[in-house]
Design a protein around this ligand. Structure first.
Ligand code: SDX
Length: 433
């Protein structure tokens, strides 16, 4: 019987020594269980940004940052992007296996028949001014879903968890499209059960009562593939936010709203919008050296948006797939010589030869090219992160369901290194200057 692997930690100040167990996963680095570290040695561990910290066990998604690998339930992302559909990948991430034909038919029926939102929710949109950012509207309206469905919010009831997950995934496109329609002052468009998930989204965003709207199958397929690429990404900032808020037993819709909030930041999902704004700012290939200098300058807050990743120290496999997809979409919808795409290709080519980026292993990530495609599909820049949120809702609810049913699960409550004022007594204001 092989002995379990451990690491020995010796406190050189006291000579005390402890053995910490090592756990091995299916793929990726082993982990050291430091659960008893404080109790045995009296120290907290310290890892700002959780660079070396695994927060949980998970069976859902695996990333190998050095090799640029991304697996959903063991299936490589390039195979799923080429051969699967967003709804099928949603089923896979929720249930762990590719669906049978009947399972897929039943799941697709559920997705279509939960796509409407309560009619009273429409009033929430009117509370926003016309220039509200669609992500601000999404945070508010998704959070307000927690004021509904009192019949199914016992999170310890697996059936309630499942119906909440179905409702969230099914309604996100409807809420997202309504956020867009509000921002452009056009009437809302109801979902249609005869359309695909992405076809419905395009119709709800771009159809108007005054004329017929025809969904282009290439646009529908491009959006479906981009959504597959954005479904999940292990314990990224927004997923960790959903897990942390869910760990207190909070309402699942409110937890997803917290995930949308975290995703909005330009360091995370907000980067796709920031990339287009950056390309606009750079303007011309001749300006690239100036902006690369700014990106290298520690005193300059400018960063090359769409570059770098906490985990990928190689090319983000999703960026490669989206870049290849650009050619087809631009040929059909945009200008095959789209200046922004040309600029992005040249920026990538030049940056990847710069020592600063090579030394830090900074490669294009999923956000670098996605905006080029969204723009070609006539999706406005302020809706790019909303698109990301629609797809990532699948990952958020799958990880939330896994967390709630994890026997090791307990409320997330990190500690700190306190560096504030030493204890001191109150001084009455009369005795102060
Ligand atoms: C997503 O976590 C996920 O999985 C996220 C995501 C998902 O699917 O959920 O993949 C989606 O959010 C992709 C990332 C989108 N964000 C951006 O494109 C914004 C630009 N990128 C950076 O802000 C940054 O690269 C992060 C936030 C993505 C990663 O930050 P880290 O891991 O904390 O890295 P860091 O900031 O410590 O950078 C390491 C070094 C630093 O230089 P030194 O201090 O070592 O000299 O690299 C530099 C940074 O200054 N650096 C950059 C840079 N990214 C890192 N310098 C210029 N431009 C950049 N983009």
């Amino acid at each position: 019987m092989t002995q379990p692997k451990t690491v020995t930690v010796i406190d050189n100040a006291t000579g005390k020594q402890i053995e910490l167990p090592i756990y091995q996963g299916t793929h990726g680095p082993d982990v050291v269980d430091i659960g008893k570290f404080y109790k045995e040695l009296g120290y907290f561990t310290y890892d700002p940004g959780y660079v070396s910290t695994a927060s949980c066990r998970s069976n859902i998604t695996f990333i190998d940052g050095d090799n640029g690998t991304l697996l959903y339930r063991g299936y490589p992302i390039d195979q799923l992007a080429e051969k699967s559909t967003f709804v099928e990948v949603a089923y896979l991430q929720l249930y762990g296996e590719l669906p049978t034909r009947k399972q897929f038919k039943d799941f697709e029926y559920i997705m279509r028949h939960h796509s409407m939102i309560n009619e009273s929710l429409k009033g929430f949109f009117d509370g926003f001014y016309h220039d509200a950012h669609p992500m601000a509207i999404l945070v508010g309206v998704v959070g307000s879903l927690s004021a509904f469905y009192h019949d199914s919010t016992d999170i310890h009831n697996p059936e309630h968890r499942e119906i909440a997950a179905h409702r969230m995934i099914a309604k996100m496109p409807t809420i997202a499209a309504a956020s867009y329609k509000h921002s452009v002052g056009e009437p809302f468009v109801y979902p249609r059960n005869d359309l695909s998930y992405c076809g419905n989204l395009l119709n709800m965003m771009f159809s108007v009562p005054s004329e017929p709207y025809e969904i282009d199958p290439i646009a529908e397929r491009a959006l479906d593939m981009i959504f597959i690429l954005h479904v999940d990404h292990e314990q990224n900032a927004s997923t960790s936010t959903v897990r942390l808020s869910g760990s207190s037993g909070a309402n699942p819709f409110a937890c997803v709203s917290s995930g949308i909030t975290a995703l909005w930041g330009p360091a995370h999902g907000g980067a796709n919008e920031a990339v287009l704004n950056m390309l606009n700012q750079i303007g011309d290939v001749s300006n690239i050296p100036k902006y690369l200098e700014k990106a290298r300058d520690k005193n300059d807050p400018f960063r090359l948006m769409g570059f770098g990743h906490r985990v990928y120290k190689n090319y983000d496999p999703r960026a490669r797939i989206i870049r290849d997809m650009c050619h087809e979409v631009l040929a059909k919808f945009g200008d095959a010589n789209d200046p922004f795409f040309e600029l992005a290709l040249r920026l990538e080519e030049i940056a990847l030869k710069e020592d600063y980026f090579i030394e830090r292993k900074l490669y294009p990530n999923v956000d670098f090219y996605s905006g080029i495609i969204y723009r070609a599909l006539k999706i406005p820049t302020n809706m790019f992160t909303v698109m990301f949120a629609i797809a990532r809702t699948v990952g958020w609810v799958a990880q939330w369901m896994e967390m709630i049913s994890d026997p090791e699960q307990r409320i997330g409550r990190p500690r700190q290194l306190y560096t504030g004022a030493a204890q001191r007594d109150y001084v009455d204001i009369k005795k102060r200057k």
